[in-house]
Design a protein around this ligand. Structure first.
Ligand code: ADP
Ligand code: 5GP
Length: 200
């Protein structure tokens, strides 16, 4: 498909709902998609690669980036800071690539204030029990952290109504198919296509 300029898509949802799993599959299937790698002050989990999953940086470096206005948005989440470096997002969109931002709800609000054309997708679990099961099964957080993330999840779910789309991650394949359908539909809006008509 021909795009004049890429679009940006925010994907938010409770920790442990499966955002990374679903997005990983989506990115495997759509090589032209660009995943915005966030900066974070949190410690890497086992298997996480610096520069691929996150840019793992210290608080001083994070503060420096805030001062130089290098973030599109940033927020505090359960004791750590997370932010989206602006430059790479803009470069990818200028190249006609769609961009995925995996960010929590405060960051999503900041992006949409600055860039209202951004499409917001909320990913929800099939049930709270299943969310707790996935967080526990992932084995990366202490029981205390899991409880904090579950509390935060309840607050996050209350904001889901502000989003453009709501995807329930029951089966990964189906969630990926719904994300692809949403992205396709967003590119079929008249505003996206009218200038592509030959001879116009
Ligand atoms: P998030 O990025 O939202 O924090 P992850 O992608 O790390 O969540 O997934 C949390 C855990 O749930 C992982 O162990 C993952 O394998 C599992 N998981 C993700 N999606 C599903 C699904 N649809 N069904 C069952 N387990 C899933
Ligand atoms: P985790 O520690 O589980 O990787 O991420 C915790 C939360 O931070 C998730 O909800 C994730 O979407 C969010 N997050 C990741 N990167 C960013 C970012 O750059 N900005 C904001 N605001 N949230 C982020």
């Amino acid at each position: 498909m021909r795009f004049i300029k890429g679009k940006s898509f925010i994907v938010s949802g409770p920790s442990g709902v499966g955002k990374s799993t679903v997005l990983n599959e989506l990115l495997q299937r759509n090589k032209n998609l660009y995943f915005s790698v966030s900066a974070t002050t949190r410690e890497p989990r086992e298997g996480e690669v610096d520069g691929k999953h996150y840019h793992f940086i210290g608080s001083d470096v994070f503060r420096g980036m805030i001062e130089r206005d290098e973030f599109l948005e940033y927020a505090e989440y359960v004791g750590n800071f997370y932010g989206t470096p602006k430059r790479y997002v803009d470069e990818a969109m200028d190249q006609g690539r769609d961009v995925i931002l995996d960010i929590e709800v405060q960051g999503a609000t900041q992006v949409c204030t600055k860039r209202p054309e951004t499409v917001r997708i909320f990913i929800a679990p099939p049930s709270w029990e299943e969310l707790e099961r996935r967080l526990t099964a992932r084995g990366t957080d202490t029981p205390e952290k899991i409880q904090k993330r579950l509390l935060r999840a309840k607050v996050e779910l209350e904001t889901a109504d502000d989003y453009d789309y709501f995807v329930i991650n029951d089966a990964v394949e189906e969630a990926v198919a719904e994300l692809e359908a949403i992205m396709c539909a967003e590119h079929c809006r008249p505003s996206e296509r009218i200038d592509l008509i030959a001879g116009k």
